[in-house]
Ligand binder design. Structure first.
Ligand SMILES: Cc1cc2nc3c(=O)[nH]c(=O)nc-3n(C[C@H](O)[C@H](O)[C@H](O)COP(=O)(O)O)c2cc1C
Length: 412
């Protein structure tokens, strides 16, 4: 007779415990079976690491029946377009007995491909030896296809934007035009692929020289579309330009339209719409090489900087609101006499509003000083140096707006 009598409750407790364990195991089985993911177990101790368990999810994803795949290595899911690098990543993870996560192209039993997000985790026994690997397969085909479609769309959009940017750049003069009485230089740096800034300088049929600089509000495609439209509107079509008008008083050939009238006309034609709250600032000017006068009109644009042959640089008067805002707005013409050696700088607000966090904006006074100290440089070099200075000012931050500078120097 034993010292301790077995209480009659013990077998009952053991039975209850066994039944609990069975219930738990059954619950785990059902959980594994109903999981949307594929769940697989491979035996690491057997040659070629065969599958010893696959759940219903695996059957659903791959179309393979459990009975047909147990005992085989799971590489049968791979096929002609499977990336060898992904397979290599799994191989080296298994070699190093570490977990891995890959996205790999696999094939269903009917030969159709699917993207498999596969995680493989080693399972160790009490001694730390890897005895099994657990694989979890998720079919991510829909997500990958959406990502691929998005990447395609992005590529197409980038290509279109690049093409549009090239077209826009091609509108700008590619070399300084030969003009009587004027040297010209410029710098143009859009802040995104497409710019809202544009400019041009051209000889008008009456012998005067027309030039303008325009800055359309906003950035990117909408600003660029209006900026290109304005460029075309101001360009002579078929040798004729509306920038010339008949001189009724003298019954002579056509003469250049007054800058104020040019701005007024553009303002009327390009009024803001409720769905297109765009306006533009601009300067339109006419240089008369015979009398060395500059007539110009400004619409909300930062002032021209005059760097005279001798004396201090200064800003020229401005006047008028930006164009496109108010249909009835009008502008007046300003006139300035110049002498050989005088330089005129037109620029967009991207130059003076270029900023860095520590020092704030570049500002107009600094630009005036900068251009004054560059007086001794050739015109082109003065523009390049000023642009570099503005870029330096921004430091690591890219300029947030288009940076355009157009420089004119009166020659003899
Ligand atoms: C548990 C487990 C599940 C796996 N599941 C997949 C799978 O779903 N798809 C796949 O392409 N490879 C899977 N593999 C990987 C391949 O079985 C094999 O290890 C891989 O192709 C690299 O080895 P190999 O160079 O011998 O082919 C799995 C591996 C293990 C251990």
């Amino acid at each position: 007779m034993s010292d301790i009598d077995e209480s009659p409750e013990i077998p009952a407790a053991r039975r209850a415990l066994e039944s609990d364990v069975e219930t738990l195991l059954d619950l785990k089985d059902r959980a594994l079976a109903t999981a949307a993911e594929g769940i697989t177990i491979a035996d690491a101790r057997l040659p070629d690491m065969p599958l010893i368990y696959v759940n219903d999810g695996f059957e659903r994803i791959t179309g393979h029946r459990a009975n047909d795949v147990l005992g085989r290595n799971c590489r049968f899911l791979q096929g002609p377009d499977t990336d060898p690098d992904a397979a290599e990543e799994i191989r080296s993870a298994i070699r190093e007995q570490r977990p891995c996560l890959v996205e790999i192209l696999n094939y269903r039993i009917d030969g159709s491909p699917f993207w498999n997000r596969l995680s493989i985790t080693p399972v160790r026994d009490a001694a730390g030896t890897v005895t099994h690997y657990i694989g979890v397969q998720s079919d991510i085909t829909v997500r990958r296809e959406a990502e691929d479609a998005l990447a395609d769309a992005n590529r197409r959009m980038r290509r279109d934007l690049d093409a549009a940017a090239r077209i826009q750049q091609s509108l700008l003069p590619d070399h300084a035009p030969e003009l009587p009485g004027l040297d010209v230089a410029w710098s143009f740096r859009p802040c995104t692929e497409l710019a809202g800034d544009t400019f041009n300088i051209f000889l008008l049929d009456d012998g005067s020289i027309g030039f303008y600089i325009i800055d359309v509000s906003g950035h990117g495609v909408p600003a660029a579309l209006l900026s290109v439209t304005l460029w075309h509107t101001l360009s002579p079509a078929g040798g004729r330009s509306w920038l010339l008008e008949p001189d009724e008083e003298r019954d002579a050939e056509a003469v250049a339209m007054s800058p104020a009238d040019v701005v007024t006309r553009l303002n009327r034609s390009f009024q803001m719409q409720p769905d297109r709250m765009q306006f533009f600032t601009m300067i339109y000017g006419i240089f008369d090489p015979d009398h060395r006068t500059l007539r110009y009109a400004t619409a909300g644009h930062p002032p021209i900087i005059l760097v005279p042959r001798s004396g201090d640089p200064r800003t020229l008067p401005t006047g008028g609101i930006p164009a496109g805002m108010l249909e009835e707005a009008s502008w007046h013409e300003l006139i300035v006499d110049v002498v050989p050696g005088d330089r005129l700088y037109l620029y967009t607000d991207g130059v003076i509003e270029a900023s860095n966090e520590r020092d704030g904006e570049f500002e107009i006074d600094r630009l005036v000083d900068e251009l004054g100290t560059r007086r001794m440089l050739p015109l082109r070099a003065s523009v390049d140096a000023t642009r570099s200075r503005v870029e330096e000012w921004c430091g690591a931050d890219e300029p947030a707006d288009d940076v355009t500078i157009l420089a004119l120097e009166v020659t003899s």
